[in-house]
Write a protein that binds this ligand. Structure first.
Ligand code: ASP
Length: 590
């Protein structure tokens, strides 16, 4: 028998019992006459004691053991004289009478502690050691719990989990596909799903009514910070539902997950139209833990001889409460430089301070009288002590930059409070987005998203300009400025779906070749349907108040899309290439 208890189980009540524990050597301390070993497993740490006077051989043996040795120890539980209140097992220790070394260990390349000295690359290469750290283990355990609660809740609401295939044909979600060559069909390839989108819609045509799946998705994107080429979604689809019913269903799921995993009771989720989000926050995923909404100054700022504002399409700013006196010229300079970094690209930053003594000070004071600046402050609802920060330029770009500034000010002013969760539905997204560069429309959500009912006629018969203004039944769930998920009501009518493919630049033949199965299915009684998908990894991180999804994935890839532990991707043998009818030399010659 390897153990009678795990390393987190024993308490003061167990004093006097003879027990056996197995685990890893976390640390050992040698005090000449006595040696202490901390034995660790998934459940905790228990202190082992060896006494020179009781058993010199055993004590000698214990002294020689290194970190991460795997041990089995038998002995008696006794009360500790020096208790450790930070540990569940801190009241007791084991007086060891027998010790087996189950396996030795090389000295690990970094310390297995919460505050490890290992850099990212090293930890990823030795992920099995990294995963021994309590913090990382807790994340993986949390993830398991979240998946379980998701399944419990959704199955309680009548959803059934259906697995959809991984070897498929492209399902476009706006990224590149990973492809897999088919040995049995030379020259042909499967694509890995970017999402199960088309399959879940087919399941609705098939009458399954309520589907969910906790599912891997694969997207070959240039890896921006904290993206993973494979990630997990809670993917859902429902039949005979309106947008309102879908939002209500997933509001219930979200509330359940927050309550059951971190004990947080969320209030009702407000809704905001996409247009309003862009206007007030310059972002389709506003962090509404704080206000600082955008204020437009075109009417008061233009026409007073300040060329920068006069020539700008939009003059827009935010009011930073109580910041007038905290921002010296030096601070303003630093903030301006922050805004001028290439990632943001603002040309300049204008401030108007309303000092506590009532005086007004501004970087554009030369062009505007105090009375004029006062009207700006009033417009922004400012009080004495507040400061306006104003940007100008082309409308959309300026709002995006101001969004960055708003978030930065929110951070600096401590307005993004930990443990404060503010969910928000962003609704009424545009259906299509015109891309100047390619001269084409792109689907804002994906090609299967339905325009709003009242827009169908305009979509079928409208001109090019009309298409730009079509609104969709598409929605995102945003929590604290992070997009948790998104979905839409789908098109379930063949003619409308064909029109959408048309607008997206698919020829009839291409649409038929890629999505003929779906168009075909729509001819056999497709019910009205819609759904949503949550980013599961992201949800894990947000629930834990963390930014990085990598910490919640057991075996994540690095920024180059590589798995550092198994060293993938990697070349394959010539024979394998031949079997797959892939001739790399021929490709190089091309
Ligand atoms: N398939 C979509 C996505 O991955 C979600 C949905 O529309 O249900 O974003």
């Amino acid at each position: 028998m390897y153990r009678t208890h795990n390393c987190g189980a024993l308490r003061i009540e167990n004093v006097g019992e003879e027990v056996t524990l197995s685990g890893w050597l976390q640390t050992s301390r040698d005090f000449g006459g006595m040696t202490f070993i901390d034995l660790r497993d998934r459940y905790g740490i228990t202190q082992l004691v060896f006494n020179m006077d009781d058993d010199a051989d055993l004590c000698q043996k214990a002294r020689k053991l290194g970190r991460e040795f795997v041990l089995k120890a038998t002995g008696k539980v006794r009360e500790r004289s020096n208790k450790n209140p930070n540990r569940n097992t801190g009241d007791i220790e084991i007086e060891v009478t027998a010790l087996d070394v189950l396996n030795a260990s090389k000295v690990p390349p970094f310390t297995i502690e919460n505050d490890t000295d290992g850099g990212d690359d090293l930890r990823m290469k030795y992920r099995y050691l990294d995963l021994r750290r309590e913090q990382v283990q807790n994340n993986i355990i949390f993830r398991s719990q979240l998946a379980l609660e998701t399944r419990k809740h959704l199955s309680g609401e009548g959803f059934i989990e259906v697995e959809t295939p991984n070897l498929i044909k492209s399902t476009p979600e706006g990224a590149r596909d990973f492809v897999v060559p088919s040995r049995m069909n030379p020259g042909q390839f499967y694509a890995l799903p970017q999402s199960p989108q088309t399959f879940k819609q087919i399941l609705m045509v098939a009458g399954l009514d309520k589907y969910f799946q906790i599912v891997k998705c694969f997207r070959d994107e240039d890896l921006r910070a904290d993206r993973q080429p494979e990630f997990t979604q809670i993917d859902c689809e429902m039949s005979f539902v309106t947008q309102d019913e879908i939002l209500a269903t997933f509001e219930r799921l979200t509330k359940h997950l927050f309550k059951s995993t971190i004990g947080v009771k969320l209030g009702d989720f407000p809704r905001m139209e996409y247009d309003e989000a862009m206007k007030l926050y310059g972002s389709d995923k506003p962090d509404i833990r704080f206000g600082m909404q955008f204020v437009e100054f075109n009417d008061v700022a233009k026409g007073h001889g300040f060329a920068v504002f006069d020539n700008a399409e939009m003059v827009v700013g935010i009011c930073a409460e109580g910041q007038a006196e905290s921002y010296s010229n030096k601070h303003i300079k630093e903030l301006t430089a922050w805004m001028q970094r290439p990632q943001i690209g603002a040309k300049g930053l204008v401030y108007v301070k309303w000092n506590n003594d009532g005086s007004v000070k501004s970087s554009v004071g030369k062009f505007y009288s105090d009375e004029q600046l006062m009207t700006w402050l009033e417009k922004a609802g400012a009080k004495k002590g507040d400061m306006l920060l104003i940007l100008s330029g082309e409308d959309e770009k300026t709002r995006k930059r101001l969004n960055e500034l708003r978030l930065e000010m929110g951070r600096r002013m401590g307005l993004m409070k930990e443990g404060d969760f503010k969910p928000l539905w962003v609704v009424d997204f545009p259906l299509l987005e015109w891309d100047e560069e390619s001269g084409r429309f792109h689907a804002m959500h994906h090609p299967f998203t339905s325009p709003k009912k009242e827009e169908v006629d305009r979509m079928l018969n409208g001109d090019h300009e009309t298409m730009k203004s079509l609104k969709a039944d598409a929605y995102d769930l945003v929590i604290n400025g992070v997009e948790i998920g998104g979905g839409s009501i789908r098109i379930h009518d063949r003619a409308l779906q064909s029109r959408n493919f048309d607008l997206l630049g698919f020829s009839k033949e291409e649409a038929e070749a890629q999505f003929g199965f779906l168009l075909g299915a729509f001819e056999y009684g497709a019910p009205p349907h819609g759904g949503i998908a949550f980013g599961f990894d992201r949800l894990c991180a947000v629930l834990n108040g963390q930014n990085s999804i990598r910490d919640f994935i057991a075996f994540p890839k690095n920024n180059q899309g590589r798995d550092m532990m198994i060293d993938a991707p990697s070349p394959i043998h010539d024979e394998q290439l031949e079997e797959l009818s892939i001739d790399l030399r021929k490709q190089e010659a091309h």
